[in-house]
Design a binder for this molecule. Structure first.
Ligand code: COA
Length: 185
């Protein structure tokens, strides 16, 4: 599956320069309140998390999520280290997949290319596990997210693969995968 080539954001046509945001590991103490403040509406929460959790979303929720040893959380931070976007990678060694999850851009930064930059940076961060399939799920009505991922080269999973991935889920997601040619180009 892997070409052995180093995967960077520039592989996908986005070149990060010195003044551009850079991805770094999420820091619970420093970043959690800010990231959660970006969830400005109920729809944001539904799109971000698939549903609105009964207990709400607090820094403790994020800490619980990040306790899973196969979860890695990142922020895209500006040159002053102020986060502008957040996302996770869920590695699953059992089926050799890396799911990009919980992608979120600060509301005042949306529609300016940061979602695409975040997605590509997460793909690059996931790429070190060679042979892993990179995939993600979207609430089907989340048109801006679908457009963002399509723009990064993700394709809609086949009906068979979608059925397999949706088995056991509480709701039907739209699944997208990154074709291998996108990684080897
Ligand atoms: C979804 C989200 C991450 C996208 O980030 P963004 O910074 O707004 O997206 P970008 O500016 O990078 O846009 C990427 C592409 O999507 C398109 N796009 C973005 N928002 C769009 C919208 N509302 N309608 C149509 N297209 C849109 C852009 O035109 C661009 O396409 P192009 O590369 O062909 O020009 C962001 O809107 C967000 O945080 N939403 C709330 C949480 C959420 O839904 N998370 C996704 C969970 S799966």
């Amino acid at each position: 599956m892997s070409s052995g080539r180093e995967i960077t954001s520039s592989t996908f046509g986005v070149v990060m320069e010195g003044t551009d945001p850079m991805i770094r590991p999420f820091d619970l103490a420093a970043d959690a309140e800010m990231v959660l403040s970006w969830l400005a509406s109920r729809q944001d929460i539904e799109f971000w998390n698939g549903r609105v959790p009964e207990r709400g979303l607090t820094p403790a929720t994020l800490r619980e999520w990040h306790e899973d040893p196969d979860t890695r959380a990142f922020v895209l931070a500006d040159p002053a280290d102020k986060p502008v976007a957040y996302g996770e990678i869920w590695f699953d060694p059992s089926d050799r997949s890396a799911e990009l999850a919980h992608l979120l851009v600060a509301p005042d930064h949306r529609g300016k290319g940061f979602g695409k930059m975040l997605t590509l940076a997460l793909v690059a961060a996931a790429g070190h596990r060679s042979g892993y399939e990179v995939l993600l799920r979207v609430v089907p009505s989340n048109k801006s997210a679908i457009r963002c991922y399509e723009s990064c080269g993700f394709q809609h999973a086949s009906p068979e693969r979608s059925r397999e991935l949706n088995a056991g889920e509480q709701q039907e997601y739209l699944w997208m995968t990154l074709p291998v040619w996108s990684l080897s180009g």
